[in-house]
Ligand binder design. Structure first.
Ligand SMILES: [Zn+2]
Length: 170
């Protein structure tokens, strides 16, 4: 007769057997408060995640984009949580921030709100462009609704981000 109790998992692997995970498996998410200091939390988290997956060369661009994404979205619904998703697929890092601010149904209000969001994302847009990536925002399909703002950074472009910044220096 089998035991009604679930068995323990196998013993933890010893330190030396712990290999770094494959970048393509990177799928991490984090919920932060809708507050100005959350940009710093998110930046630190993304840096740590990239380091674990040995994607450190992407960190300067990815950390800056993350900070800008949070900074541009938290004040649209202050106090409401922001959800950050970090994924790596097909040689590109995908960063998404879900905020609770739903698109407006009134066209003029919607246009005004979009323009405000775009203006807040100017610095992020410049970094993404320098990396040869793409970005955008739209209605979130998550159960909580709101808006999803996303940026995709190709590995080669993001890894060259600081090098290209450095070439501007005398
Ligand atoms: Zn609005």
């Amino acid at each position: 007769m089998s035991s009604p109790f679930p068995s323990c998992p196998p013993p933890r692997p010893v330190e030396g057997e712990c290999r770094p995970p494959e970048p393509d498996g990177l799928a991490c998410s984090l919920t932060v408060p809708g507050a100005p200091y959350s940009a710093q939390i998110a930046r630190g988290a993304v840096r740590a995640v990239l380091h674990t997956y040995r994607l450190d060369p992407l960190a300067p661009a990815a950390v800056q984009v993350t900070g800008e994404l949070i900074a541009a979205t938290w004040h649209l619904e202050p106090g409401r949580s922001l959800y950050l998703s970090v994924r790596y697929r097909e040689d590109a890092l995908r960063l998404s921030v879900y905020d609770g601010h739903a698109p407006h149904s009134h066209p003029r209000l919607a246009a005004h709100c979009e323009a405000r969001r775009r203006a807040g994302l100017r610095v992020m847009a410049a970094v993404v462009r320098d990396c040869g990536g793409a970005w955008g925002f739209g209605e979130s399909r998550e159960p909580g609704g709101g808006t999803r703002t996303w940026a995709t950074l190709p590995h080669a472009g993001a890894a060259g981000y600081l090098r290209c910044q450095g070439s501007d220096l005398p």
